[in-house]
Design a protein around this ligand. Sequence first.
Ligand SMILES: NC(=O)c1ccc[n+]([C@@H]2O[C@H](COP(=O)([O-])OP(=O)(O)OC[C@H]3O[C@@H](n4cnc5c(N)ncnc54)[C@H](O)[C@@H]3O)[C@@H](O)[C@H]2O)c1
Length: 263
Amino acid sequence: MEQQGKIALVTGAGQGIGRACAVGLAREGADVAINDLREERALAVAEEVRTLGRRAIAVTADVADEGQVQAMVTRIVAELGGLDILVNNAGFGRPLLVEDMSHAEWDRIVDVNLGGTFNCARAAIRPMRARGGGRIVNIASLAAKRMSYFGGADYTASKAGVLGFTRHLAFELARDRITVNAVCPGLTVTPLAESAARPGELELLAKRIPLGRLVLPEHIADAVLFYCSPRAEMVTGTSLDVDGGISLGMQDMEAYFAARRRG
Ligand SMILES: NC(=O)c1ccc[n+]([C@@H]2O[C@H](COP(=O)([O-])OP(=O)(O)OC[C@H]3O[C@@H](n4cnc5c(N)ncnc54)[C@H](O)[C@@H]3O)[C@@H](O)[C@H]2O)c1
């Protein structure tokens, strides 16, 4: 129970990766604030956390709105007693080509994925400092280092921004004993990925992953739990790829080994 007595906020925690992070933190003993745009999703996950014996509140807010984010953090501190852990997970993408993308569509992606990360991190600093330290984990994407599969160039750019923000903020907050790190998921089976994929596409993609299967939300949550654990006390400004090895770049394992067997 590494997180006993800790208070966490997970954004976009109503389903997918965020839900897995919230449940994982609760299993380790943390009380959790469940944020989502969709109230019914946040309420359901808060109930799930309570069944694990932890305190939970559902907070509906748009992370892109700084007023809503400040009100959310104020409420968490008032109702749960502080804030030790922030998982900036809320984000989305869709496959638009740049030439078909309006500036307003670009802005919304950047406002949620990058601006939301900024809004929540900024609001969390004072409460974390008041507790003598804290952990911020930003969910970026493999797209931050390469390019997005289901999202557009706006998504790729916003996630690259999340990694830059992670490094810089890690330096700013180091003396406050607040660590800031990022997790870069490869394609992960969540409602977001399932709704974007064509029939059979996820199975096809799984065959190209060296470890032989698609990443699950719980795999991402495990990386987040590491960054929040005492074992990551001296780790800040870093990112961890959780992608089954796809970023190694060799897409066809059969052909790779067949070529070596021929030799
Ligand atoms: N699924 C993947 O393959 C994948 C890969 C790399 C990175 N990611 C990143 O992981 C994070 C979670 O992705 P997921 O696949 O679990 O998505 P998801 O769509 O399944 O869940 C995201 C949740 O965030 C909420 N949300 C969206 N915008 C919000 C906002 N402005 N304010 C508050 N809540 C908001 C949604 O209502 C939803 O419940 C995202 O940042 C995404 O970019 C996902």
